[in-house]
Design a protein around this ligand. Sequence first.
Ligand code: PMP
Length: 316
Amino acid sequence: MKCGRDGNFSKGELRRFGNIELSPSAGVLNYGQGLFEGLKAYRKHDGNILLFRPEENALRMRMGAERMCMPAPTVEQFVEAVKATVLANRRWIPPNGKGSLYIRPLLMGSGAVLGLAPSPEYTFLIYVSPVGNYFKEGVAPIHLVVEHELHRATPGGTGGVKTIGNYAAVLKAQSAAKAKGFSDVLYLDCVHKKYLEEVSSCNIFVVKGNVISTPAIKGTILPGITRKSIIDVARSEGFQVEERLVAVEELLDADEVFCTGTAVVVSPVGSITYRGKRVTYVEGGFGVVAQQLYSVLTRLQMGLIDDKMNWTVDLR
Ligand code: PMP
């Protein structure tokens, strides 16, 4: 789907996966005008296909588009395009419990522009791929390293939206961490260098007794849809959830730490290394709290339990 600055997107069409043509002076290539989303389609036991909260992705893309000076598809256009793309690719959706279809909607300034300005034309497209687990550890615990020099976001910047440049900003720290054997990087706020922000592609939760704490949304971390869902699931399971500033020292006496995201779902954290000191949590598997939340969320996403929250969209 394409549109000009007026934001009136043309009707979409289905095409085979392939390269797209862009002007070398396209806004996305020169000034980073790009946003993406990530969501999944699951196959139910009865063969039907379920989407998980696609309208939340549409709303997040619209919020990001406002920050990036871009027009965005309406919630209806977005969700309809996701449904049409998934149905056209239904044969790629793994059987129940064996993985899912990852859906990547992409919005970019595709028009040519030379002086710094919003692009005169925009393209919205969606591509899909079957996926299994995100981390090579599978659902085994991941190992994080706290980064205290490089930051992924600054107050007033674009850290709170899913713009492509945020991911370029994390590549250096993430590659260095992986080269040292860590699964990923945990970022701190860039003002105090003390409060937890998030991991390169997921949100973080710290468990102490019956209290589950997670960094509050304040413009520098992505408002994860899994984060929001897990907060609701945890509260309905009787946990106290606090969205607040979480100091890095709190990692020292946490009972459990876990990450959430569309790709990682709920991933237990096995250890966190901060300034050379390694704190360990679980070995080999999930902590009890992460296990409980993972179990409720995944059963909901795969249609194995009653969806009281009305979060899933059944494509039949
Ligand atoms: N933070 C970042 C930086 C991410 O890229 C993602 C993945 N979209 C998340 C958090 C988790 O968000 P969600 O639960 O919506 O996938």
